[in-house]
Each structure stands twice: as C-alpha cells, then as structure tokens.
Design a protein around this ligand. Structure first.
Ligand code: DGJ
Length: 739
C-alpha cells in the first residue's frame, strides 16, 4: 500500500495490491479525479486522463480559453455556483447570501493508519501499517473555510474510505447546506445500479435498475436510515455476476437521514454522491468551528459481487465492529417476544427459559413490557424500572433466577422514546421533539426524545446504567420503533434547527458509546422494528442487529440474501419462530426455519414448551449443530450461490478459513412434481481437498463440487421410493462438507 504525491504533476496516487485511486490538482486549484479501479502501475504523469474539449453552451473558467469547464471535468469535491451544473458535493451559504465557493488545494499530509472521527462511528486500524491516510486541505480564498478531504486506503483489498472535515478559519458565520461525504466522478455510466430496499418486515430486497440520464437516488428523511432504503449501493458492469466482473459498492457509516445518488450527464459521465441528506440538513458553522461528515466506504472489485461482499464482510466484522464480542461466536438465545408479547409473569418467563436451557440455549432475552406501566404499547417508555406487578423481584431477581438456570440474561430497551403515559414524560414534557404551537404526531403511541440535548441523553443513560450496574445483564436489545416527525428542539435557537436530525443521531451514538465503554462485555443487538436502522453506524456499537420483524423462513431468504450484499453473517440476528408464522401465517417445516436461521446469530423466538416432544428433540439437535458449526457459519467466507429473487430455489454457503469445512444451505420454496435435476456449483473450496458430504455420505474433490456441482435433485420428485421421506413445500437442506 502506498500513497504517492508526484510534485511535478501535482498528482496523488493511492494504491495497494488491488486498486488505484488517482487525482490531480488542476490548474484552477480544484482537485480533479483521474482514475479509480484495478491497480495500475505508478508513474509521474496521468494528466492525459483529464479530458477537456470545447463544447457549445458551456461556461468556461478562463478568458480566451474554451477548454476548461468544470461541467466536463471529473472532480473530487465539486462546489455550487461554478461552471459545473451537476449537483455539487458541498453548498455553503455565506453572510452576504452568496453560495458561491472555490475550494482550492492548499496542502496535504500523509499519515500511517487512520484517524478516528470525533463523535462518529468509522472503520479503524489497529496498527499504522494496516492503512495510510491522505488528508488534502482545500481552502476557499474568500471565506477561508477549509475542507479536509480524508482518504484512507487499506493495505489489502479494494477498500477506500472517505470523509470530509470542515473548519471555518474565517471571520463570518457560515451555513453548511450540503456536506457530502463522498463524490466520485466516473468516466462512463455503463453500470447497473443495485439497491437494498423494502419496508417494515420486507427489508433489504435487491432492486436493480439501469442508469439513465438524470439522477437516480435512494435516501431517508425519517431520522433513521430506514427500512425503505439501506445506506448501501452497488454499481456493477452489465455482465458482472456473483462470480466475475467489475463492481463498486458504496456504503455510508451513518444511521440518520442520508442520500446516495448517481447523476448521469449528457455525455454519459457519472457522478456518485453519498452523505447526509441535504434536504433535511443545515449546519451553522461559526468562526473557529469544525464539522466532520460521516464516513463513506467504497469497495472496488473485478472479481464479481461475492468478492465485493466478502471484502465488506471482513472489513465490517474486523475493522468496524469492536470490542469483546467482535470475534466471538454469538450465544444462542431464546427471546420471549413472539412467545408472550406483553402477557407474562416472572414464573412464566422462568418456564420458557427453563425449557430453552434444557434444549441447550445459552441466553434468555426479556423483550418489551418489563418496565413502568407497560402492559401494552401506549404506556411506560421512559420509565426504565421493573414493573413489580409482573416482576416482583425486579430485574435483579429475575436475572438471578435465569443465571441459576445456567443461562445468561438479556434485556430489551427502547431508550430514545417515551409514551405520554409515563412518569418520565410527565416530568419532562418538553424533552420530546416537537414544534411550538403545533400538533405532535405519534407512532405506536410514542414520541421521540430530543437526543440532541445532552441532559436528555444523560437522564436515559443514568437509568440504563443503573440497571446494568445492578442486575446480571449480558445482552441488550436496543430497539427504536418509530421515525421522527416535527423535528424541532426546544433547546436550540432558530438558526440551529437544521442541525437537529444530525444532532439526534450524535446523541444516540453518544449514549451507545458511553454504555458500551462502561459495560464492555455486554453484547448489544440493535433493532428498529426489525431492520429500520440496520446500518454500518449501528454495527460500530452493536456487532449484531435484528434484521427484520419478519421471522418467516421463506421471507427471510430474500432478506438475508439481500442483506449479505454488504453485511456479514455475524451481524444478522436470525431466529426460529412458531408456525403458523406471526407475520405471514405460513407453515414451514421446523428444519427449514433453522436451516435459514443458522446463517446468522441464531436463536428462538417462541415458547419451546409449546412444541411436541419430537420437535423439542429436533430443537436440541439444531442447537447442538449450531454450537458445533457457529464459528464457521458466522465467521467463514460467505458465498451467494442461487438467488431467491430469481427462482424457486435459493442457495448460499460458508467456507472455513482453512477450507476444510463448508456448509451449504439449499432451499426450495414450492415443491414441484417430477421436477428437473438440480445442482449448485460451489465456491471457495480447495480443489484438491476431498470433502465428505454428510448428507449423502459421498466424497468429492473440491474441483468437482465447484465445477460439476453439488447435486441437489430431489429423489422424491414424482414418486416417493419406499423408506424415503417425501419433500414438501418449503424444503431445505444443509450440506455439511468436511475434509
Ligand atoms: C419491535 C422489534 O423489532 C420486536 O422484535 C420487538 O422487540 C418489539 N419491537 C417490541 O415492542
């Protein structure tokens, strides 16, 4: 890995074993983008890559020169009000009302490692040799605002991270109206765009579109990154598939309002912008103040989508997630939510936990309903004290009993919310986000606490740390069940109201930071009505997240498949729940529910007492299986093999680091009569290792399995041979392959 600055040509070349990123200081002092892609060899001069020509209806920078127009030049951090008419990366209103800006190269510095971003989650290095960071300082000569563009290139893999730090070194007060984390101008637009979109219980479905002239975008204005669009985007060449071809993934490490967009101009060049949503953001930067944007991550590959995803997985597993649980196989849990909802007593919980323990589960999680006057969703949020009618011995007493069973205990919170029917709200009615003299909208009967205020965060922190300090709590499920409306804070002046969405998220990060520091061994799982805030920002604090409230195995195929484009298996909360399923009322076999959930953190969302003795025996086998293979399942290399978005079958697999163990998950949605022969070509095996297939008993070399394929045909399709159990709808198998 290296970052080189060629003085004579004023050219920067950032490269490692996989990629090159090249930019230059142009004659107007702005930074021009020359190349991003597969590694090319370094040299002094790449200026030929900066193409210019005279075009009609174009505005030019220099008199008597009809070549230099920013409209036709690829740039690193384009400003508003120049000769470039595309959307800018930055927009700053000055005291005289002008938004014209001129960000010129001033200086740069190259450092080992990667600096932390104050108050924000970000990828990190553990040693300085893992990455290098280039900080290029641009300055506007009139306002004296500085924009430090931060580029970190990791030593290996196609990873480049970006963010921007503004410093107002002038005398006037400035208004940042747009401060994107990343701009990438590419020379052509021959890409297919893929996004992860959906809604509650249908998160992270893969949607694909061709790029056309104009702007394609995704984003959120809800205050949370949202169920609707994940802050992630892929641009792939039209012929790229899972196994081959070029693709660039863009991921934003942020949990609030965001925008990611691609603008194709009239000459088919492409501008990507990613960052905080400019529509809902305005930040006052007084003289002497600084502002740091969230971090954006770009991953380039020329080896297909699986390779791009694996690069994200490793980065987010090892250098975004942190702490005690980062590298540890996750405990198998039993959560009481779908088992009881709000209807439980301490003894009932102990009954559920005892059965779970008997089956081998390791952690019992008490979900919503344990605090204040919470007997339904209209009361209690904000009062984080045990409801003594239900839990006469409090959380300490309950956790003690759970620990006596030989299990760990976990607890649900929804720290950012309050119900009007709560002591917390009655004491602090002005601590919610609400606009003066206007009605207040609710979601699920709850209101959003004003986390832009330190005293509000402090009050919630106090309550949570008290409980965590007193009771034996090993796990926290941090929920968030509504988006923000009427985003106005009573604590901030009129000219700072545009900052509230972002300040809110900074408050959430602050609370996470304090709690994870104070209780480093507690495993945090993020949740927002399922996947409403499943994003890299959350992963920095909570190494796993509940990806969806939809626990149906068939629905989960698409959700987990889509989520895997960016996020590692170890980050996905996955549970086996009852049938008929509570979201789609579908009946799927117990083995299929587990076969899907194995590719995640794994647990049960039901009362195991209600299963038959045979089913309980099956659950015991499932838990034993997960305990045996969870290291590989959660931390192995993950490959998507067959897409549930494209047909009746889906398949994926993981391979251990030493390539001696592989687990293939194969799923068929509907049964078919007299169906075709089917096989799946595997990936990532050692061609010369001979793998024993535990399902068939046969042994095959890795090269056979990768090229001829694993036979998945169904021997019962058509007629059922005697002694063979017939398949049904929603059939699945796990193929364990071991050397
Ligand atoms: C939404 C979560 O996604 C569920 O798992 C559950 O915790 C409920 N909230 C509780 O209110």
């Amino acid at each position: 890995m290296n970052i080189v600055y060629h003085e004579n040509t004023r050219t920067f070349h950032l490269y490692n074993d996989s990629i090159s990123y090249i930019m230059t200081v142009m004659r107007n002092g702005h930074l021009g983008q020359l190349y991003f892609g597969k590694r090319i060899r370094d040299k002094e001069d790449f200026s030929y890559l900066l193409e210019t020509c005279e075009r009609p209806m174009t505005s030019y920078v220099y008199e008597n020169d009809r070549t230099f127009s920013l409209e036709h030049i690829r740039q690193e951090y384009p400003v508003f009000g120049s000769t470039d008419y595309r959307q800018p990366a930055v927009d700053i209103r000055q005291e005289n009302g002008s938004r014209i800006l001129d960000l010129r190269y001033k200086c740069h510095v190259i450092t080992g490692g990667k600096p932390a971003l104050p108050g924000l989650p970000a990828t990190y290095t553990e040693t300085d040799s893992e990455a290098q960071t280039l900080t290029v300082t641009l300055e506007d000569p009139v306002t004296k605002i500085h924009a430090d563009l931060l580029y970190t290139i990791f030593a290996r893999g196609g990873i480049l991270t970006r963010s921007v730090r503004f410093a107002n070194l002038g005398k006037e007060s400035l208004l940042l109206g747009r401060a994107m984390s990343l701009c990438l101008d590419l020379p052509d637009s021959d890409y297919v765009w893929q996004q992860l979109s959906g809604c509650w219980a249908r998160e992270c479905h893969i949607h694909t579109r061709n790029l056309e002239p104009g702007i394609s975008s995704i984003g959120s204005m809800r205050g949370n990154s949202s169920h609707e669009h994940n802050p992630f985007l892929v641009l792939k060449r039209p012929n790229t598939d899972e196994r081959m071809g070029e693709a660039v993934g863009f991921s934003l490490i942020y949990s609030g309002n965001f925008r990611m967009q691609a603008e194709v101009d009239a000459h088919d060049t492409l501008r990507i912008l990613a960052g905080i949503d400019p529509e809902t953001f305005e930040w006052k930067l007084d003289a002497g103040e600084t502002f740091q944007t969230p971090e954006a991550v770009m991953v380039y590959t020329d080896r297909g989508l699986n390779h791009m995803s694996q690069t994200f997985h490793k980065l987010y597993q090892k250098r975004l997630a942190r702490g005690y649980w980062r590298d540890k196989a996750r405990p198998i849990l039993n959560n009481n939510w779908e088992a009881t909802y709000f209807d439980f007593t301490e003894d009932r919980l102990i009954e559920i936990a005892s059965k779970a323990k008997e089956c081998g589960a390791e952690l019992f999680v008490l979900d919503d309903g344990w605090f204040g006057a919470r007997s339904n969703d209209s009361a209690g949020l904000g009062d984080w004290k045990a409801n003594r009618d239900r839990l006469p011995n409090g959380i300490s007493g309950l956790s003690e009993r759970i620990e006596q069973l030989g299990m760990k205990f976990g607890l649900w919170f929804e720290p950012e919310m309050t119900n009007k029917d709560s002591d917390f709200y009655r004491q602090h009615p002005d601590w919610i986000l609400a606009a003066p003299s206007r009605s207040q909208s609710h979601g699920r009967n709850q209101y959003v606490l004003d986390f832009s205020r330190k005293e509000v965060v402090e009050a919630i922190y106090g309550q949570m740390s008290d409980i965590l300090g007193q009771a034996k709590i090993s796990y926290i499920k941090w929920d968030m069940n509504r988006s923000i409306t009427e985003c106005y804070s009573a604590a901030w002046p009129a000219d700072r109201q545009g900052e509230i969405y972002h300040r809110y998220i900074l408050g959430v990060y602050d609370l996470y930071d304090r709690l994870t520091r104070e209780f480093p061994q507690v495993l945090f799982e993020s949740c927002a009505s399922g996947g409403g805030r499943f994003d890299p920002g959350m992963l920095y604090f909570a190494p796993q997240g509940w990806i969806s409230d939809d626990s149906d195995a068939v629905e989960r195929l698409k959700i987990q498949y889509g989520t895997s484009l960016c996020y590692p298996v170890s980050s996905m909360g996955t549970h086996v729940s009852v049938t008929p399923n509570h979201q789609v009322f579908r009946n799927t076999p117990l083995h299929t529910r587990a076969n899907v959930a194995y590719f995640g953190t794994f647990g049960y969302e039901l009362d195991l007492n209600k299963l038959t003795p045979e089913e309980n025996e099956e659950v015991k086998r499932q838990i034993a299986f997960m305990k045996k293979y969870r290291e590989v399942l959660q931390f192995g290399t993950f490959y998507r093999l067959k897409s549930p978005f494209e047909g009746n079958e889906a398949a994926w697999m993981v391979v251990s680091e030493d390539q001696k163990t592989a687990l293939v998950g194969w799923y068929r949605i509907l049964n078919c009569v007299n169906g075709s022969y089917t096989r799946v070509r595997l990936e990532g095996l050692n061609p010369s290792y001979c793998y024993r297939n535990a399902y068939s008993g046969a042994c095959h070399f890795g090269d056979e399995l990768m090229h001829a394929g694993l036979i998945t045909s169904d021997e019962t399709a058509g007629q059922v041979p005697s002694g063979v159990k017939p398949c049904t709808d929603f059939e699945s198998r796990i193929y364990v392959l071991e050397v």
